[in-house]
Design a protein around this ligand. Structure first.
Ligand code: IPM
Ligand code: MN
Length: 379
C-alpha cells in the first residue's frame, strides 16, 4: 500500500472548511485505490501572522521543500491583516521559493453546471490555461519616487528612470510609481515548452496570449521564444492572440481553445473570466507546479472571510484541486475517479451549494462526492 505525507495549509476564511472536504474525498479515494494519507496541517495565515508577526519562516519553507505536493486552502483576511501581506508573504512567496513556474488551470464546464454564456455547453468549454507563475509583473521590482525619500535617493531614482525634474521644487503631486515586468528567456522557454507538451497530448492546438503590440520588449521576447519552441512540435497548430482579444473569444467562441499559454498577469486575469464561464469560482481549481520540486494545489477563489464558518460555500474547486494533486503524485486512477465523482454529483444536481442554486452545505457536498467515489469503485 502506498502512503503519502502531504503538508496542508488550510489558511484563512473558508479555507479550512473546503480543505476538510478535499481531505474527505481523497481519503475515500485512498480506500478504493489502496493508498494512505498522512496529513500534516500547518497553521499559516492571518492568525499565525497576528500572533507571531511571521508570514512563513525560512525553516518551514525548507521543511516543506522535502515534499512533492502541498494542499492549500486560501490565504488572506483583510479584517485581521492588511491586504497584500499574506498574499505576497505566503502564497507568492511559496510559488517563487519552490519555483512553481507552471500555474495550470483547467477551464472545463462540467455537465449539470450552467454557464452564463448563451447556447454554450460542456463540449464548447474545455481547455487549459497554462499560466507562467514566477515572472512578468509579479517579479516585485518597483518603486515610488518623491514620498518619503531623501534627496540622495531621489537623485538615484531620477537617474535610473531618466525623469527630468528639479529636486528642490518637488511636491507630493510629482510622485511617480513604477513596477517592471520581467521575462527571462529560460523562464519563457520552460513554460511555453510545458504548454506544447500538454497541447500535444490533447487536441494539438496551442494559443499564445500576450500584448506584443504595445509591450514590445517583454512580449516580443515571448513571441520569439514561442516561435522557436514551436519548431520542436510541428504537429501542434498555433496562434498568437492579444490578451484583450482573448477576453472577447472566451465569451464568444470558447470552443476555439484547447491549451492556452499566458504570461503571469494576463493569466491571472483571464482565468477569473475562465472561472466564470465554467460556472464560478467555486468550481475552478489550479495547480502551482514545479515538475521536479514542491508543487502546490489550491482552489482559485479567495478566502471569502464573510462566509467563514457558515458551511455554505462550494468545496468542489478544492476537491478538484485535490484530484490534480493526486494526479501529480502519480495516482492517476484515483485522480480520474475523483473528477468522475464530481461530475456525477453535479449531473445528479441534488446535493449542491447555494452558488449552483442548491441548499446543501459545504460538508454535504464533500460527503456526497466521497460516497460516489466509494460507490463507483475502481473505474
Ligand atoms: C490567484 C490570485 C493571486 C494571484 C493573488 C491572491 C496573489 O489572484 O491565484 O489567481 O494574483 O496570482
Ligand atoms: Mn487571480
Amino acid at each position: 500500500m502506498s502512503s503519502y505525507k502531504i503538508p496542508v495549509i488550510p489558511g484563512d476564511g473558508i479555507g479550512p472548511e473546503v480543505i476538510a472536504e478535499g481531505k474527505k474525498v481523497i481519503e475515500a479515494a485512498g480506500e478504493v485505490y489502496g493508498f494512505d494519507i498522512d496529513w500534516w496541517d500547518l497553521p499559516l495565515g492571518a492568525d499565525h501572522y497576528v500572533k507571531t508577526g511571521e508570514t512563513v519562516s525560512e525553516e518551514t519553507l525548507k521543511e516543506l521543500g522535502h515534499y512533492r505536493a502541498i494542499y492549500l486552502g486560501s490565504l488572506g483576511d483583510e479584517h485581521k491583516v492588511k491586504a497584500g501581506i499574506l498574499e505576497k508573504g505566503v502564497l507568492l512567496k511559496m510559488r517563487f521559493y519552490f519555483d512553481q513556474y507552471i500555474n495550470l488551470r483547467p477551464v472545463k464546464l462540467l455537465e449539470g453546471v450552467e454557464t452564463p454564456l448563451k447556447n454554450k455547453t460542456a463540449k464548447d468549454i474545455d481547455f487549459y490555461v497554462v499560466r507562467e507563475n514566477t515572472e512578468d509583473f509579479y517579479a516585485g521590482i518597483g518603486g515610488r519616487c518623491t514620498k518619503g525619500l531623501s534627496k540622495q535617493q531621489l537623485k538615484l531614482k531620477r537617474e535610473m528612470y531618466s525623469v527630468k525634474f528639479d529636486l528642490d521644487i518637488l511636491t507630493d503631486s510629482d510622485e511617480i510609481a513604477y513596477q517592471i515586468g520581467v521575462a527571462s528567456r529560460e523562464g519563457t522557454r520552460r513554460i511555453i515548452d510545458y504548454a506544447f507538451v500538454l497541447a500535444e497530448k490533447r487536441n494539438k492546438h496551442l494559443s499564445s496570449v500576450d500584448k506584443a503590440n504595445v509591450l514590445t520588449d517583454i512580449y516580443g521576447l515571448w513571441r520569439e521564444v514561442f516561435t522557436e519552441t514551436a519548431k520542436n512540435y510541428p504537429n501542434v497548430k498555433t496562434d498568437f492572440n492579444f490578451v484583450d482579444a482573448v477576453t472577447m473569444w472566451f465569451v464568444k467562441n470558447p470552443e476555439f481553445f484547447d491549451v492556452i499559454v499566458s504570461p503571469n498577469m494576463f493569466g491571472d486575469i483571464i482565468t477569473d473570466l475562465g472561472a466564470m464561464i465554467q460556472g464560478g469560482l467555486g468550481l475552478a481549481p489550479g495547480g502551482n507546479i514545479n515538475p521536479e520540486g514542491t508543487s502546490m494545489f489550491e482552489p482559485m477563489g479567495g478566502s471569502a472571510p464573510k462566509y467563514k464558518g457558515l458551511n455554505k460555500v462550494n468545496p468542489i474547486a478544492t476537491v478538484w484541486a485535490g484530484s490534480l494533486m493526486m494526479e501529480h503524485l502519480g495516482e492517476r486512477e484515483a485522480a480520474h475517479a475523483i473528477l468522475a465523482a464530481i461530475e456525477k454529483n453535479l449531473a445528479a444536481g441534488k446535493v449542491r451549494t447555494y452558488d449552483l442554486g442548491g441548499t446543501s452545505k459545504t460538508s454535504d457536498v464533500g460527503t456526497d462526492i466521497a460516497r460516489i467515489v466509494k460507490e463507483q469503485g475502481r473505474i
